[in-house]
Design a protein around this ligand. Structure first.
Ligand SMILES: [Zn+2]
Ligand SMILES: [Zn+2]
Length: 348
């Protein structure tokens, strides 16, 4: 038992290394900024107090968002999406894709599941690992080994699934981290320049003892803040763009498939409503990592252009996907009538 658990334990421990790396950088930068810069280097008392107050405010917001992204549990599909053991075995034992499509449709109809999206072959989306019908925008995370709602991606820097439950705190984590890094780099710039002046003077006089350990701390503080700020900014603005379009990272690479076919902007409700869906409608609460994301992670509204072609439940006939033109055939074609006839026959 112990020998089986050890590899999993090691794997789980290794996954925390990027998080520990970030926390170590934050801990060192705290010492460099607060002790070496603000306490020992800044002479002006009011300036010292202002620097420390703003620094700690940004640090708290950044670490609070980081904590929520890491530890807020990923929302999973509700119980009605999971098949019983017998039903799961029926799906696994299906001899043909068509047989599986019919069985999945029957299970989805029995529970009246709200499903707008489909697998690329037109069938109900299903996870063989979790034995559940996937709600719209839910995906299986291979790192977490479970299906999560509104899956965006698995983030190694937070060791968590970025999904419905923590997407807001993830964007805030990036945003506050960017502001934090910008603030540190701007306020330490003056002391970074002083370091270079000391270096030039030391070279002229040949007195290397003029360069102190404190100056090295301030030099690296500036470099690390700029480096992390640049890295985080690209991710932050990319996720702001995705939020404005109401897309997940996965959907930006692989458009969700509706009954009318793949549609990248299928969930786009206009930028204002898209932002409200993630951050809520209260502007003050939007900037702190408390849960204000709207909805339940299962029911979604779609772009008005899709409304005429989609139903809100699984009770509509499923279209067949034509690979040659990358579109679904009409739900009224012969194949679908056959499928519905077969389904009706089997249900009897
Ligand atoms: Zn799964
Ligand atoms: Zn995950």
């Amino acid at each position: 038992m112990a020998t089986q658990a050890s590899p999993q334990y090691c794997y789980n421990s290794v996954k925390w290394i990027p998080v520990l790396f970030i926390l170590a950088i934050v801990a060192w930068s705290y010492y460099a900024y607060v002790v070496q810069m603000c306490i020992f280097t800044v002479d002006n008392i009011p300036q010292k107090v202002i620097y420390l107050c703003i620094y700690h405010l940004l640090l708290v917001l950044f670490l609070w968002s980081y904590y929520c992204t890491m530890f807020r549990p990923a929302a999973r599909p509700t119980s009605e999406f999971y098949l019983s053991k017998t039903e799961g075995e029926q799906i696994a034992a299906a001899q043909t894709i068509e047989e599986r499509r019919v069985a999945l449709l029957r299970f989805a109809r029995q529970s009246n599941l709200p499903l707008l999206t489909r697998h690329f072959d037109g069938s109900i989306r299903y996870c063989f690992v979790c034995q559940c019908i996937k709600p719209d925008r839910a995906h299986h995370c291979s790192a977490c080994e479970k299906c999560v709602l509104r899956y965006d991606h698995h983030c190694p820097w937070t060791n968590s699934c970025v999904s419905y439950g923590n997407y807001k705190s993830f964007i805030l984590f990036l945003g506050w981290a960017l502001l934090f890094c910008t603030y540190v780099s701007v306020t330490s710039l003056e002391y970074f320049i002083q370091f270079w002046q000391s270096t030039i003077n030391a070279q002229k006089t040949g007195d290397s003892s003029a360069i102190t350990a404190r100056q090295f701390h301030l030099l690296f503080l500036f470099f690390v803040a700029v480096m992390f700020g640049i890295s985080v900014s690209s991710l932050f603005f990319y996720h702001l763009f995705l939020t404005g379009k109401n897309r997940t990272t996965l959907e930006s690479y692989r458009a969700p498939i509706f009954e009318s076919g793949p549609e990248k902007d299928g969930f786009d409700l206009g930028w204002k409503r898209n932002y409200q869906e993630i951050f809520g409608i209260n502007l003050l609460k939007a900037f702190i990592p408390i849960p204000t994301t709207r909805g339940d992670g299962i029911h979604y509204q779609v772009n008005s252009s899709l409304l005429s072609g989609t139903s809100q439940t699984a009770n509509s006939p499923i279209p067949t996907f034509n690979r040659s033109n990358n579109q679904f055939n009409s739900v009224n074609n012969d194949n679908n009538y056959l499928l519905i006839d077969n389904l009706t026959t089997q249900e009897k």
